[in-house]
Design a protein around this ligand. Structure first.
Ligand code: UD1
Ligand code: CA
Length: 474
């Protein structure tokens, strides 16, 4: 179920697209569902901002059911009737229907399987997953029949009596149903409740009255069923997920100082003996090798870093590749398509985009390298700039192995610097430089001996003259 608006978030974005761990909450639920059943057996009920939600998770290959008007969780299942029950001729498509809440992203495949198995072995009509919460406020409460597994009803917060509000066992919003029974009885739902909605939870009372078996199974980890109805709840989920990720990495041999200050997405991989300093963000599908050091304030997204790489503080990377033993930062900015070779150095305030920097090459200070192919053992002096853009098109700069680019050079692309060539500092290079040549692209220096002294003396004379004048006038 993912059709609701999420009023309590006070957001223009649908609730299920709010993110935890760098991914929409709904994407987490779908990924978990896919571990239990194949994508073609998953139906996502969408409604509020349906197209946006569909687009966000379409790549998973799941089916979509449109609940055009959102009149409650029971109504959501009514909208799925055709998709789930097939037609009269072929009979029921599914004898067991598992219902997941699109806004409770920490559920695990293991728990869903337990729910499904319990439902089957109990021969139940409806099985709900419950949990004991210290603070059950806001959740539906489970009313058991005496002390057994069987359930009489679920009472929503707003309809609960003060006595019922004290019950700590809550309805998690995850269920298993007998498909046939569900659709034979679902039309008995009514909207006679404080929200005027069709509550799926009312099926418990309906089945119980029809002498159908309704049971509940409790999760061992109540944290798994927490929902994301408010911003505060979403932050709680995000922290849980990220701390769990840090714990996994620590277990795999990664050192993380002050893990609660780091933001590490669930799909990130890090090799053993890599050290992650405080306030580091590792995002998306980033992969970091072994024996690296990622220093503070670095933000690394969807990048692949080899072994023994040092990332100094404040380095920003997106869609970049870095070879083993390279040294980056402090304050380097590697934009998409940057490919830094083994042992290469990219230093302070160097920005790169769509470049290949060969093995052992160095660009250590204040440089922009864009759309460039740079060979091995190249030295790029401080302040070098590839002028890759003419206002309309981007052009390429090629710097061959062993070339030396003097500081403050501008390389106006398209241009090629030949193997072993030398570009004098402060050159503006507009033409190709052949192999082993020296290119000078600057005005020659001229020197006027004694000029500065003469100027100073002239000024001094003027001043004395003025003072004398003032003295006479006084
Ligand atoms: C629901 C349960 C409550 C339970 C809680 C657990 C009901 C009536 N209440 O309350 O007992 O403790 O979950 O988290 O079911 N949705 C639709 N279509 C709709 C309405 C909702 O698809 O018309 C979807 C929402 O997008 C959401 C899920 O159903 O993903 C649950 O709806 P929500 O409004 O969050 O229910 P709760 O108030 O949390
Ligand atoms: Ca909810």
């Amino acid at each position: 179920m993912a059709a609701g608006k999420g009023t309590r978030l006070k957001s223009k974005h649908p609730k299920v697209l709010h993110e935890i761990g760098g991914k929409p909450v709904l994407a987490h639920v779908i990924a978990t569902a896919e571990k239990v059943v194949p994508a073609q057996d998953i139906f996502v009920i969408i409604g509020h901002e349906a197209e946006r939600v569909r687009e966000a998770v379409a790549s998973t290959g799941v089916n979509f059911v449109l609940q055009a008007e959102q009149r409650g969780t029971g109504h959501a299942l009514m909208a799925a009737r055709e998709a789930l029950s097939g037609n009269k001729l072929s009979g029921n498509k599914y004898d067991q229907v598992i219902v997941l809440s699109g806004d409770a992203p920490l559920i695990t495949a293991e728990t869903i399987r337990k729910l499904s198995d319990f439902h089957a072995t109990q021969n139940a009509t409806m099985t709900l997953l419950s949990a004991d919460l210290d603070n059950p406020y806001g959740y539906g409460r489970v009313i058991r029949k005496g002390r057994q597994a069987e359930v009489q009803a679920i009472v929503e917060e707003k309809s609960a009596t003060p006595q019922q509000k004290k019950i700590r066992e809550i309805n998690s919003g995850f269920y298993a149903f007998s498909g046939r029974d569900l659709y034979e009885h679902i039309d008995r739902l009514s909207t006679e409740n404080p929200h005027g909605e069709y509550y799926l939870t009312d099926m418990a009372r309906i089945f119980s009255r029809a002498h159908k078996k309704v049971v509940a199974i409790k999760t061992s980890d109540a944290g798994e069923v927490l929902g994301s109805n408010t911003r505060a709840e979403i932050m709680v989920l995000d922290v849980r997920l990220r701390l769990a990720k840090c714990r996994q990495l620590l277990e795999e041999g990664v050192t993380i100082f002050y893990p609660h200050t780091c933001v590490i997405d669930p799909d990130v991989e890090v090799g053993a003996d890599t050290v992650i300093e405080p306030f580091v963000q590792l995002l998306g599908h980033t992969k970091i090798g072994a024996d690296c050091r990622i220093r503070s304030y670095s933000v690394i997204g969807n990048s692949v870093i080899g072994d023994r790489v040092t990332v100094r503080p404040g380095t920003i990377m997106e869609d970049a590749r870095v070879g083993a033993g390279a040294v980056l930062g402090p304050y380097s900015h590697l934009r998409p398509g940057s490919d830094v070779g083994e042992g290469a150095h990219v230093g302070n305030f160097v920005e790169t985009k769509k470049i290949k920097l060969g093995k052992g090459s160095k660009a250590n200070h204040l440089t922009y390298l864009g759309d460039a192919e740079i060979g091995e053992g190249v030295n790029i002096g401080a302040g070098t700039i590839t002028c890759n853009y003419d206002g309309v098109n981007k052009h390429k700069t090629i710097i061959e192995d062993g070339a030396f680019i003097g500081s403050d050079s501008t390389l106006v692309a398209p241009v090629r610097i030949g193997r072993g060539a030398y570009v004098a500092a402060a050159s503006c290079i507009t033409d190709d430089v052949p192999e082993d040549a020296l290119a000078l692209g600057r005005a020659r220096q001229s020197v006027k001996e004694g000029w500065a002294r003469a100027k100073r003396e002239a000024q001094k004379e003027k001043r004395l003259e003025k003072d004398g004048q003032l003295g006479r006038e006084a």
